[in-house]
Write a protein that binds this ligand. Structure first.
Ligand SMILES: Nc1ncnc2c1ncn2[C@@H]1O[C@H](COP(=O)(O)OP(=O)(O)OP(=O)(O)O)[C@@H](O)[C@H]1O
Ligand SMILES: [Mg+2]
Length: 357
């Protein structure tokens, strides 16, 4: 296969295992995002693909070639770091062309290639400046240009936008996506920002404590989280979790949270098999609906955000958050009625956290 493959990769630092049996296929042309909390092993995976960190066990393959024992510059990859790592004394032009120069490319060819990259990234007017004369976003573009110029088969990005302010980040995110669509190269991209993951990825790999929790499309990771960790890590405000059990409710099924019941509209029929056993109900804020036929709830607090509002509620003995439009006004302490869209809920095993529906 073209692309990148990790087979049974493990990593230990001084005898302490930090990555456990990582198996991952990254298809040619994919935009794969490694997502997870600090310390989960994102950079370690990237550095092992790059050859900057040796693996402890297993093997790494790039474009069908076993590169496990190869040096970074023999792997046909280019990496963009969070810190940009530009050469401060060189002009932008020299920074971008440097990788080609050390490969012995003729000067005229380098010039031509750098000019092309400058145009692609819209930094032509900046080519003769020094890095210190650029904004953070411009420096980031130069760092990307330096990676692009070598035309590797795989690009590795380690949190490339985390030093930028919110507005610039959003702009650069769009540019990166366009660039990927235009060039069609394989990208492996590390972030702990779930919005970046959701918007950029063709496939998201959610990591926790050195293990892959789920590897799937952004949509499936959001809609069908494999376990409670993924469910709570992806999505803001976070998914609501209520412990209890499913009960028969006339023809349908309801959820019994111990100190109150919640009707679940249109729960999949296979949920019948779970009636009576303890489960953790997971419901995204947008799947809690205000409905006169719903369960009794009390409004604790409403937070308008502009396009919508988050309403904190007490229902069935738990505190939950509902996301709703900005029109309706909610006063703290008043009563409301809440229905949950059963077609969209997740159910987890309370012991293992694994999704059972
Ligand atoms: N050189 C090292 N020596 C010992 N332990 C290390 C070393 N580098 C990383 N680790 C450990 O390996 C684990 C994974 O680290 P890694 O840097 O891959 O995390 P990360 O997901 O990139 O985190 P962050 O989001 O904070 O960058 C952590 O527990 C970290 O402490
Ligand atoms: Mg890191």
């Amino acid at each position: 296969m073209n692309g990148v493959e990790l087979r049974g990769v493990t990593k230990a630092y001084a005898g302490l295992t930090v990555m456990k049996d990582i198996n991952l296929e990254i298809e040619d042309g994919a935009f794969l995002v490694l997502l997870g909390p600090s310390g989960c092993g994102k950079s370690t995976i990237l550095n092992m693909i790059a050859g900057l960190e040796p693996v402890t066990g297993g093997s790494i393959h790039i474009a069908g070639r076993d590169v496990t024992e190869l040096e970074p510059d023999e792997r046909d990859i280019a990496m963009v770091f969070q810190s940009y790592a530009l050469y401060p004394t060189m002009s932008v032009r020299k920074n971008i062309g440097f990788g080609l120069k050390i490969r012995g490319m003729p000067k005229a060819d380098i010039e031509k290639r750098v000019d092309e990259i400058g145009e692609l990234l819209q930094i032509t007017p900046l080519l003769d400046r020094k890095p210190s004369q650029l904004s953070g976003g411009q420096q980031q573009r130069v760092a990307i240009g330096r990676a692009l110029v070598r035309e590797p088969s795989v690009f590795l990005f380690d949190e490339p936008l985390s030093n930028l302010d919110a507005k610039l980040r959003a702009d650069m995110r769009v540019e990166l996506k366009r660039l990927h669509e235009r060039l069609g190269r394989t990208i492996v991209y590390v972030t702990h920002d779930q919005i970046e993951a959701m918007t950029l990825a063709t496939k998201v790999v959610v990591l926790d404590k050195g293990s892959i929790q789920q590897a799937d499309t952004p949509e499936n990771v959001y809609r069908r989280p494999a376990n409670k960790f993924v469910a709570s890590f992806v999505g803001a405000p976070t998914m609501n979790f209520i412990d209890g059990k499913l009960i028969q409710d006339g023809d349908g099924i309801a959820f019994d949270g111990g100190s109150g019941q919640l009707p679940l509209a249109s729960l999949p029929t296979r949920a019948h098999d779970l009636i009576g056993q303890p489960v953790t109900l997971g419901a995204r804020p947008e799947h809690l609906m205000f409905d006169d036929l719903g369960a009794n709830a009390r409004v604790l607090l409403a937070e308008p955000t502009g396009p919508d509002q988050y309403v904190r509620l007490a229902v069935a003995g738990s505190e939950v958050t509902a996301r709703t439009g900005p029109e309706q006004h909610f006063s703290s302490g008043t009563d409301a009625r809440i229905m949950i869209d059963g077609a969209r809920v997740s159910l987890f095993d309370p012991e293992s956290g694994r999704a059972v529906l």
